[in-house]
Design a protein around this ligand. Structure first.
Ligand code: ADP
Ligand code: MG
Length: 678
């Protein structure tokens, strides 16, 4: 079994060089390679009529050879072989073979063959030609798996190496789900699933195999979370005592909402108990989660414990740092900022403050859990927008000191059905009311034709002293940073030369350094910039109350929940705010989704609808939640979720730590470890 988890280079068919290529795409062991699922299948058994083939495309045809021409040699010693053939409809097809004499010789007049290749028109003849076809017999040819080529690895290489993995799999007999359960839930064995997904004979086999593999992914995800919880649900060394919070409340420029107060009380109760807190604070953007976090940092500090607030980006860390130090420093609590972009000297100073306990609240990015950081007495770890963090990252931090209390803040309202799956027995506090005086954001979905009007509207707001965001259009399907950068700068230039020539605009995108992003955000906050043209970098948590309009270009490419997050950047003050969704290519279904967004600002409702419209798979398929990505997420439906729950319960009922299920355990560890950073 272990051999499946050993270095990929141990495979006979994998050279050192190729092993390095595999490393590059995260495939380190044979088991990883088995999970490299085919992108598609070529079905050689279903030839099409020659007449139906569009010239210039690949096709598989079945033709009878009716004639052979004499070979022709070109000046550069290339040999060209030509054959005449007809298909079952008597449509003629020319076969052109370069150099491959044996292929030519092997094709017999009067016999039929299935062949596939590029079919082209011929300038000199009426008939089409097929060039250098791959010749298949007309026996029962299996489907051929096609893999996405990447980093110099071709589909054929994957096929060869996976073949060896499959042999290995048969030798070691790797299985994660006991046979009894497999039979009950109609799951094929893991070995069969891998065989059938990589070397299927029928598409039906592929479907069964994928079902099993999707089940596997979801099961190990849930069991992995279960194991994490086991680790975290332990007796705390940091039981806290009561603290008078009045000085904190008095210092706030507003009074807390009922929901905020309730959440704070729940957390204090958790932290005063026997076991460590493990709580999720869910609240829509702008619902005041940071205020709640600040309150419990205060509570912790008064208990002589340090707390950490970890944000996914430097911008957010900076912003939290400002908020927390504004509230807490006047009350005599020291707050420090720790991010990757500090100089070595600055870091050293801060490490010292953290180590001797003079830093009470530490706000930062993942820099807060680097090895060099030693806490004096870490009692509380808060992670903001947890969906941006890998599960393993959070775990790393949690292991910094004993078992601190943990709070996760999320603005992604997770529909209850999924919440159960993902968080299981994690306690949840919900901020379901907004601070007073907020007007709901008005949202409009428009087509590109109305862009000019949308821009006029933006300008109208700017004239009244407000600011705006424009979320830039996508230029390619791939969201690689290179093209993203081009899109943003080109778009900004266009705006500066036309609609927005009288205004100060700036761009914000993922290619900028943390320092540049920060400077830009500071300028925007100080209103030195009127319009910020950005990518989804602004999605999470950025707080500039004077910004009241957001235009989102190509809105159809985002999920509802993501749009909701984006639009949460406006509507943060008492002015009326607006969100304009521009779409050029929305399908009717896409328009329906956007319409829903115009009709409600309730994040939970949106999340439910998102789930409903896009299926659970889309949720698990996107990386936002910080869970390991699932390859077959689109196959997960409610029934599978339920069955996985049942299997999980049965397995852990008798073997809570999965000690007796080694294969499953290995599988889980692998899944969670490959995502330790994202
Ligand atoms: P979230 O993190 O949930 O998106 P924030 O904590 O950033 O929300 O709060 C958004 C804004 O609302 C901040 O400017 C904050 O100071 C303010 N705020 C928070 N709680 C209240 C309240 N109870 N009443 C009025 N304003 C509040
Ligand atoms: Mg926030």
């Amino acid at each position: 079994m272990i051999r499946l988890f050993q270095p990929i280079g141990n495979l006979k068919s994998v050279s050192k060089k190729r092993a390095n290529l595999y490393q590059k795409i995260g495939i380190t062991m044979p088991y990883d390679l088995l999970w490299r699922l085919p992108r598609a299948y070529q079905d050689y058994r279903e030839p099409v009529a020659v007449a139906d083939v569009i010239s210039g495309t690949q096709a598989t045809v079945k033709v009878k050879i009716i004639g052979k021409k004499n070979p022709v040699s070109t000046r550069n010693h290339m040999q060209i072989f030509k054959l005449d053939a007809i298909d079952e409809n008597d449509t003629e097809l020319g076969i052109v073979i370069f150099n491959q004499r044996f292929t030519f010789q092997g094709l017999e007049i009067g016999k039929s063959y299935i062949m596939s290749g590029k079919i082209t028109d011929n300038d000199y003849e009426e008939r089409k030609n097929i060039q250098n076809p791959k010749i298949l017999s007309n026996e029962n040819v299996p489907l051929e798996a096609i893999y996405s080529q990447t980093a110099g690895l071709t589909s054929a290489m994957f096929r060869t190496n996976i073949k060896e993995c499959l042999q290995l799999l048969d030798e070691v007999q790797f299985e994660t789900i006991p046979e009894k359960l497999r039979n009950y839930y109609q799951l094929v064995s893991l070995a069969k699933a891998f065989h059938d997904v990589h070397q299927p004979e029928t598409m039906e086999q592929v479907m069964h195999a994928k079902h099993r593999l999707a089940f596997e992914e979801e099961l190990r995800l849930e069991l992995g979370l279960h194991l994490l919880k086991l680790k975290s649900n332990q007796k705390t060394e940091y039981a806290m005592h009561e603290v008078d919070l009045q000085p904190f409340y008095d210092s706030l420029p507003f009074s807390l909402t009922e929901a905020q107060e309730k959440a704070i009380q729940e957390m204090i109760q958790d932290m005063s108990g026997e076991t460590s807190m493990n709580r999720l604070l869910q609240g829509d953007v702008g619902s005041g989660k940071t205020a709640v976090a600040t309150a419990i940092c205060y509570f912790c500090a008064k208990n002589d414990y340090q707390s950490v607030l970890m944000a996914p980006t430097e911008i957010l860390a900076e912003q939290h740092f400002q908020t927390l130090s504004n509230f807490l420093e006047p009350l005599g609590i020291s707050v420090i900022l720790l991010t990757g972009s500090l100089t070595a000297k600055q870091k050293k100073l801060r490490y010292a403050d953290i180590e001797d306990g003079s830093a009470q609240v530490i706000v930062g990015t993942h820099a807060v859990f680097q090895k060099a950081v030693n806490y004096q007495k870490l009692g509380l770890v808060i992670t903001d927008e947890q969906h941006r963090f890998g599960v393993a990252q959070r775990e790393a931090l949690a292991q910094k000191g004993g078992i601190p209390h943990k709070l996760v803040m999320s603005a992604t309202p997770i529909p209850r059905t999924l919440g159960l799956v993902i968080y299981g027995d994690l306690e949840i506090s919900v901020l379901d009311t907004m601070p007073k005086g907020r007007l709901p954001i008005k949202t409009y979905a428009v087509t590109g034709k109305l862009r000019q009007r949308a821009m006029n509207f933006v300008i109208q707001e700017l004239n009244q002293g407000r600011q705006a965001y424009i979320v830039c259009p996508a230029i390619t399907e791939k969201e690689d940073s290179e093209s993203e950068l081009k899109a943003v700068t080109a778009y900004a230039e266009t705006c500066q030369n036309s609609y927005l020539k009288d205004w100060n605009i700036a761009v914000l995108h993922g290619q900028m350094t943390a320092q540049e992003k920060d400077d830009t955000m500071q300028k925007f906050r100080k209103h030195e910039i009127d319009v910020l043209i950005c990518t989804t970098v602004v999605e999470v948590g950025v707080d500039v109350p004077n910004a009241t309009v957001m235009v989102i270009e190509d809105a159809e490419r985002f999920g509802l929940s993501q749009l909701h997050q984006l639009r949460g950047r406006v509507g943060r003050c008492s002015y009326q705010s607006y969100c304009i969704l521009v779409t050029e290519h929305a399908t009717p279904e896409g328009r329906e989704r956007l319409r829903l967004l115009s009709s409600t600002t309730d994040g939970f409702e949106i999340a439910e609808a998102d789930l409903h419209l896009r299926k659970a798979g889309d949720f698990f398929g996107n990386k936002q939640h910080g869970l390991p990505p699932l390859l077959l997420a689109e196959l997960i439906d409610n029934q599978m979720l339920q069955e996985v729950q049942e299997v999980k319960r049965i397995l852990i009922a008798e073997d809570s730590q999965l000690q007796k299920h080694q294969a499953l355990y290995l599988d889980i560890i692998r899944m969670f470890s490959e995502n330790s950073m994202n």
